[in-house]
Design a protein around this ligand. Structure first.
Ligand SMILES: [Zn+2]
Length: 329
């Protein structure tokens, strides 16, 4: 089952999170694979989207923010868009729009940054906004300062974290067809409730970028984690293998009911209401041309089908069973 673990390095300005998404991730893949138009993701797309799902979950759980976090790549290659949305309670959904064949060996830049026009955006949308307030958005390029394409999603996001929070961050990400997992290691800000040295100010905090020896040592340990290890080992084993020489304090893990989980607002009932709102004539004209009315959810890819019998039921059902959305306009 999916799980998320937070921990602190005792006496050091460093914290970490490990996430392992299993049922949550396979549900995302299952919905997409069940879509008869789009079909399952090609392996490189699956690995990219899985890494995005793990990263977005780590980023959402790393901030104190009451709203959704959306990690999005708008690509200029065969993958036009890949999106992950994570709520504060770690309910999440994800999808990718693929418009051309993706080679089995395609790299990140071949998929989303073929002409260096690809962009990665992180959007924080507060649950309660004052009038006119826009969501916060940070955009990072998929190429480095020398204009070279970046081939690891983790490097793109580490760059974003350094820009947006002025904090060194190390991410290790991996995904296959059954697990999407990640490790986040971050240097703690020297202010606020995690204050370890009360007198540090923002400027001094910034001066710590790249030079904090404790963080650098732990970051190197974290980076030594192999993709296969991250995908196959349990969290206890990963933490022991990486940090057995460090003193760490672990928090109560999020698992079971509090674990990250798949959630999409779509339902057969909602689609039924939509068809009723279209009207009986329109529904009949669709069914004259094809065996069923088929509506796919754009956020998770699952398809809802209504054959003529289902459709007839929608229009003959008592009014109280199809509430709302039926007023003529
Ligand atoms: Zn959906």
């Amino acid at each position: 089952m999916s799980e998320l673990h937070k921990f602190l390095f005792d006496g050091l300005p460093v914290r970490g999170i490990v996430v392992r998404l299993t049922d949550t991730w396979t549900e995302i893949l299952r919905r997409r694979a069940s879509n008869s138009n789009d079909g399952a993701y090609a392996v490189p797309v699956r690995e990219m989207l899985g890494e995005m799902v793990a990263a977005a979950t780590l980023m959402q759980s790393n901030i104190k923010f009451d709203g959704s976090l959306t990690l999005q790549i708008a690509g200029d290659g065969p993958v036009k868009l890949a999106v992950v949305e994570v709520q504060p309670d770690l309910a999440l959904r994800a999808t990718a729009s693929v418009t051309a064949v993706v080679a089995p060996t395609a790299t990140l830049s071949e998929m989303v940054n073929a002409s260096n026009q690809g962009r990665c955006a992180i959007t924080l949308d507060p649950k309660t906004k004052f009038p006119g307030q826009q969501p916060y958005q940070g955009v990072v390029p998929l190429f480095d300062d020398q204009g070279q394409p970046i081939e690891r999603l983790s490097a793109v996001l580490e760059h974003y974290m350094l820009q947006s929070e002025q904090l060194d961050t190390t991410l290790v990400l991996a995904a296959n067809d059954s697990v999407a997992a990640g490790v986040l290691i971050q240097r703690l800000p020297m202010q606020g409730e995690n204050n370890l040295a009360g007198s540090m100010v923002a400027k001094e905090n910034e001066d710590q970028i790249g030079v904090n020896e404790d963080y650098n040592r732990i970051a190197i340990l974290a980076s030594s984690l192999k993709r296969e290890e991250l995908l196959t080992l349990d969290v206890d084993t990963i933490l022991h293998r990486l940090f057995w020489e460090e003193q760490i304090t672990r928090f109560e893990p999020l698992q079971g009911d509090s674990a990250p989980r798949f959630s999409c607002a779509c339902s057969r009932e909602r689609v039924g209401k939509m068809i009723v709102a279209l009207g009986q004539d329109e529904a009949a004209s669709i069914l004259a041309e094809r065996p069923d009315i088929e509506v796919a959810c754009e956020f998770c890819g699952v398809q809802y089908r209504f054959d003529p019998v289902d459709a007839a039921q929608l229009f003959t059902a008592p009014v109280q069973m199809v509430p709302g959305g039926t007023e003529p306009h």
